[in-house]
Design a protein around this ligand. Structure first.
Ligand SMILES: Nc1ncnc2c1ncn2[C@@H]1O[C@H](COP(=O)(O)OP(=O)(O)OP(=O)(O)O)[C@@H](O)[C@H]1O
Ligand SMILES: [Mg+2]
Length: 338
């Protein structure tokens, strides 16, 4: 696979002195869905804006398709599509007017604009509503239209800044279906920021955890979770005997980290990895000692746990304030975009 984006030692210091990005390096492969995760103010939007040429980097080397983005802006503009965190739809115009306007911005011919607008609106299931004013659209429809617009010039790389923020679960899933389809059918490279951990986990090939302008971790979600280890087995013994000796033997297994008693009478067995191998051993030991098990559960470390590990705070803490913030400033009026 070839590298589509190569960022080396990127720094961004805004004029007010804020060091939004503090020396990050990463690369994105062609056809990859690459996720950026991080709390508010981590530098996610800044990184995207630099990569699409809306904000200048203070330092660093940036290659998109092997081209230095500071030197060949027109080529970068053609190769990339961008849907910003705040959607850029003009709600006084219809869906059709919005998307065709975007085609003119890229200097496409009238025929190209017509055929592509038709094709993309159909793909995003908005064609039937093309003549309706955007102000009559739901939040999910506006987001879809916004992503659709970013595709009018057939970019090879699509940058999506929080494409699902504030949307309900079903709508978020629909949006991700479109994103996956773009990758599958067109081999598009997709750089996406999200704060929904389960989305990043199932849909991104690799994720980056960024905090305060610094990259804390980059890897496949599976690998990040495996590095952290921390499978948790929770077990509730029956009251027909003392499980102490069972627990002692379990504790001696090399994969087992700690055993703690929870307030509700269950035991919490922390396992470095492969908790699924410990559970049968637990059953076998109990069988031998005549101890019954009333309930047992095994939970894998989630991407939430990984995020917590690297940033020190749960993503959920930020959710509410961020969604409110986002809704307040969402759309209305045409913003400069590409
Ligand atoms: N135009 C600007 N001028 C000055 N500071 C800015 C500007 N844009 C962003 N910042 C600051 O840079 C830092 C990073 O902001 P950025 O928008 O990149 O974060 P983010 O990770 O996208 O956050 P969020 O999750 O809230 O969208 C923040 O401290 C922010 O206040
Ligand atoms: Mg942002």
């Amino acid at each position: 696979m070839s590298k589509t984006i190569e960022v080396t030692d990127l720094v961004k210091v805004y004029r007010n002195g804020v060091r939004a990005v503090d020396g990050i390096s990463f690369s994105v492969e062609k056809g990859e869905i690459f996720g950026f995760l991080g709390p508010n103010g981590a530098g996610k939007s800044t990184t995207i804006k630099i990569l699409v040429g809306l904000v200048n980097a203070t330092e660093g080397r940036l290659l998109v398709n092997g081209i230095d983005i500071t030197k060949h802006q027109a080529e970068i503009k053609r190769a990339t599509g961008y849907a910003s965190q705040e959607t850029a739809i003009d709600d006084r115009l219809t869906a059709w007017e919005n998307i065709t306007l975007q085609g003119h911005y890229y200097h496409l011919s009238g025929r190209q604009i017509k055929s592509r607008s038709e094709e993309i609106l159909k793909m995003f299931d908005l064609y039937e509503r093309r003549n309706d004013l955007a102000e009559t659209f739901s939040g999910g429809m506006l987001k879809r239209l916004d992503i659709a617009e970013a595709l009018i010039h057939r970019p090879q790389i699509l940058f999506l800044d929080e494409p699902t923020l504030g949307l309900d679960v079903q709508t978020r899933q629909v949006i991700w279906t479109y994103i996956e389809r773009l990758r599958r059918e067109q081999g598009m490279t997709i750089f996406v920021t999200t704060h929904y951990m389960e989305e990043a986990d199932t849909l991104c090939d690799r994720v980056t955890i960024i905090d305060k302008g610094i990259i804390k971790a980059i890897d496949r979600p599976e690998a990040l979770k495996a590095q952290l280890g921390g499978d948790v087995i929770t077990v509730l013994f029956g009251d027909n005997g003392d499980p102490a000796s069972v627990l002692e033997k379990i504790n001696q297994l090399p994969q087992v980290l700690t055993i703690e008693k929870n307030g509700n009478g269950t035991n919490r067995i922390m396992v470095r990895k492969e908790g699924e191998r410990i559970v049968p051993q637990l059953f076998a030991l109990c069988d031998k000692e005549g101890i019954t098990i009333d309930a047992v559960s095994l939970k894998k470390a989630s991407l939430d746990d990984v995020y917590l590990h690297y940033t020190g705070h749960a993503m959920r803490d930020a959710d509410e304030s961020r969604e409110m913030h986002s809704k307040a400033r969402m759309m209305r009026g045409r913003a400069r975009r590409r």
